[in-house]
Design a protein around this ligand. Sequence first.
Ligand code: GLN
Length: 542
Amino acid sequence: MSATAQEIEPHQLFDTILTLDFGSQYTHLITRRLRELNVYSEMLPCTQKLADLTWKPAGVILSGGPYSVYEDGAPHVDPAYFELGVPILGICYGMQEIAYRSNATNVIAGTAREYGHADLQAKKVDGFVDRLFEGLEGNMKVWMSHGDKLAKLPEDFHVIASTQNSEYAAIAHQTKDIYCLQFHPEVTHTINGVQLLKNFAVGICKAQQNWTMAKFVDQEIARIRALVGETGQVLGAVSGGVDSTVAAKLMKEAIGDRFHAVLVNNGVMRLNECEQVQKTLTEHLGINLIVADASKLFLDGLKGITDPELKRKFIGGTFIDVFEAEAKKIEDAAANSPKAGKINFFLQGTLYPDVIESISFKGPSATIKTHHNVGGLPKRMTEGQGLKLIEPLRELFKDEVRDLGRQLGIAHDLVMRHPFPGPGIAIRVLGEVTPERVEMARKADHIFISMIREAGLYDKIGQAFAALDPSRAVGVMGDKRVYENIVLLRAVETTDFMTCNPFPFEHEFLVRVSTRIVNEVQGVCRVAYDYTSKPPGTIELE
Ligand code: GLN
């Protein structure tokens, strides 16, 4: 959302540290760590001109990056930031950029590249370390990842910490608040890196540590009210997942029944899910909800499709058609209701990682799978229907959304729910999707998830589900030969869903799950557990 006269965005209310992204794979971690310290932080691409920034940051961090500052086409920061009068911290590439700006001969390709741990020692002057290293006296384990290095100290800078290999591991300007680090304080391999970021943000930039969800809720509700106005109406799709539920509840709090939620039953939701979601959203959360039952349309259309991408595309496209038809009905009703006006906004549960993905300096990564949750819906609603997009979770990371859900009184089980893909069980029934096969996958999944919950493991697992393999296997059941289906169980541990490891269940637990599935799900005679990590696997199977 771009700022309008009425709208107040978080960076206008909270002291904000701006991180300029030079394309490092760790840049978003800088923002994360600062927010964990309750300091608000936003990331923008390194090409961001200061003149185009509508707000003033409390400090600026220049991130790492894959380029060499001295090569043709390497990105450079707008020099205006150095005149802004706020503290600046350069990390790795950011450090090299600051040194290069001072003199192009300051940075050279190193003879020994340095990847991994190094022991850092903050330098004491008159018995004190620099305030960037306050509380970090003594040996500090830091993590390096660079090939270039400073050939000499930039003019007016002095060394504030060194390692065995890097004399200039940390340097600072003698009179201005400009600091440079060769290592990465944002990665967990740098022990106490968070303290260092805190020293910069809180100690040096004087940013207040007041970024809390309680504050965000009030501020966000006010922002939505100002944006939507007295009579505006908002339309949004809900799935029962964390993001859409939290976004819907926030809209409900802000504008009541002028927010219209639509739940599309695509026939490939989990066991009893449609009914449960309906109940939770209406009875517990009081959301104005319409359920469109299109299960037959989806299941009929899925007949004969075996290719995963085609399944995703069919489901995405049909979803938009159904949603649009419902929207039309709501629109007509809203226009005729005395208190209502025209629908003019479309709610979208975009999260900050999506924003980061789209603005990060390397550009969006190659498409591995068509994104399952949004597809072309926002485009059709905004461009086709002339609706404006409203994205209240746009500044938040996933765990912040969960926090927000708790603030809004949403039940723990819902707030901690594992992600569920838009195409649902259709991409967990590998190969052709038939109602019978969906039913088998659904029942097996229900058994697996219930047992995980009973064992108290649900919140320790990032995502878990049962899928149905397209091939069959021979078994012997009740002394009779059977030739039946194979269920695949998948459960992963992950923090960010970018990488994951298989969850280490106890052998006995998996045996119990397997026994129950084979006994209770008609048509299944085998159960297997997927031990693949990501990469090379993905979390879902299709
Ligand atoms: N590309 C630069 C180097 O190799 C900076 C690396 C980084 O920022 N991690 O030195």
